[in-house]
Design a protein around this ligand. Structure first.
Ligand SMILES: [Fe+2]
Length: 379
């Protein structure tokens, strides 16, 4: 609610782009999804408003159609958000999440899932907010505690061999992160820090490639960043963000490298600490490349978590022995060669959402997401 606090109903309802929902749809969908799982499924209650479920079904309603739907708006929406949350707490008082055989309830899985769902939509909403001229955040921490800035080699060596990939059996994770399995990786090198704006600007200058989203020439040979309608000088030392998979891949080749596979990324991220990372939406931008120098991964690389999602070379595919849970549409409907995997989260990702096994996926042409680059090379 803090994210939408500065916005008028007109801005909440407005469709800015066919690739993102109007914010009003996200808000209603967050509550409706909570009602579906925590009030109706767990609490065995009747729906508050019978037809809403169809309007807020993400598969049935592609993003480009959502602005036209007869969804809840204004005070009706605010009342519904409150009603659902109240009922959720009523149901929570009745349930026993310990000692249950029900996989949905056991250890509170479905509650963790709903918190994660809401938090993931917060990031989607921030994608749209980047397009809002004059948006003023309620709360900003523009200089996240990213000190010290580390020095080191351009790339770090990862031994490879037998590595374990995926989430362990215990604790919350999505179906696509399981089962945990072992595989053989050849040794490789990976960039110690994310690719910077300076490096990407050199690539753009040398090749004539398009600049990332939200870059405009400043008229003096450098660039300004234009997200949220501002014109701020681009900081050469921060990670590049808002590039597509195609752009990330082309950059990596230009640099004489390649994108890492998602398994390589996960091996390089062992030991990453999400408490020492630029996450949780308050920075409204990336920390400098090399930040959190005292929180390097076992590989010596920094900032695997937070700042910018990192494109990998991998298609979004099921792990061997995958089983859909709790519903087929979460992951399985997206498996195949259409989507590319991103890892690590961004400044716009809520802290509890991210872990080194977390797999995000998107279309290779997408740039409105908070995605950047880290390159690899055969060892
Ligand atoms: Fe959703």
């Amino acid at each position: 609610m803090q994210l939408v606090e500065p916005l008028s109903d007109r801005e909440l309802n407005r469709v800015y782009t066919p690739i993102l929902s109007p914010l009003v749809w996200d808000l209603g969908h967050i509550a409706n999804f909570e009602e579906l799982w925590l009030v109706q499924t767990v609490g065995q209650r009747q729906p508050l408003n019978g037809h809403l479920g169809r309007l807020y079904d993400a598969i049935e309603n592609p993003r480009r159609t959502r602005g036209e739907l007869p969804i809840l708006r204004g005070d009706d929406l605010r009342a519904y958000l409150e009603d659902v949350r109240e009922r959720t707490f009523e149901v929570l008082d009745e349930v026993d999440v310990e000692g249950t055989e029900d996989a949905l309830l056991s250890d509170g899985f479905v509650y963790e899932m709903l918190i994660a769902h809401e938090h993931q939509h917060n990031e989607t909403m921030l994608q749209l907010i980047q397009m809002l001229d004059g948006y003023e955040p309620v709360d900003v921490d523009p200089a996240p505690d990213g000190e010290p800035i580390s020095e080191g080699p351009e790339m770090v060596w990862v031994e490879g061999g037998e590595v374990e990939i995926g989430a362990p059996q215990a604790g919350f994770a999505y179906d696509n992160e399981r089962p945990r399995h072992t595989l053989e990786l050849a040794p490789f090198l990976i960039d110690r820090t994310p690719v910077t704006n300076a490096a990407y600007a050199s690539y753009v200058e040398e090749t004539g490639a398009d600049p990332p989203m939200y870059w405009e020439p400043d008229g003096q040979g450098w660039w300004v960043r234009t997200a949220m309608g501002r014109r701020q000088e681009l900081d050469p030392g921060r990670p590049v963000i808002h590039v597509s998979w195609h752009e990330a891949d082309a950059f990596a080749r230009w640099a004489g490298k390649r994108l890492p596979s998602e398994q390589e990324w996960e091996a390089a991220a062992r030991g990453a600490d999400r408490e020492r990372a630029n996450l949780d939406q308050l920075a409204f931008g990336c920390a400098r490349a090399g930040a959190y120098g005292d929180a390097a991964c076992d590989s010596g690389a920094v900032q695997l978590l937070g700042d910018a999602w990192e494109w990998t070379s991998s298609d979004f595919l099921p792990y061997p022995g995958f089983r859909p849970f709790p519903y087929r549409e979460y992951s399985q409907a997206f498996f195949g060669d259409t989507y590319k995997v991103l890892r690590g989260g961004s400044w716009a990702t809520r802290r509890n959402v991210i872990r080194t096994s977390f797999r995000n996926w998107d279309l290779p042409e997408r740039r409105q997401i908070f995605a950047g680059i880290r390159c690899a090379r055969d060892g």
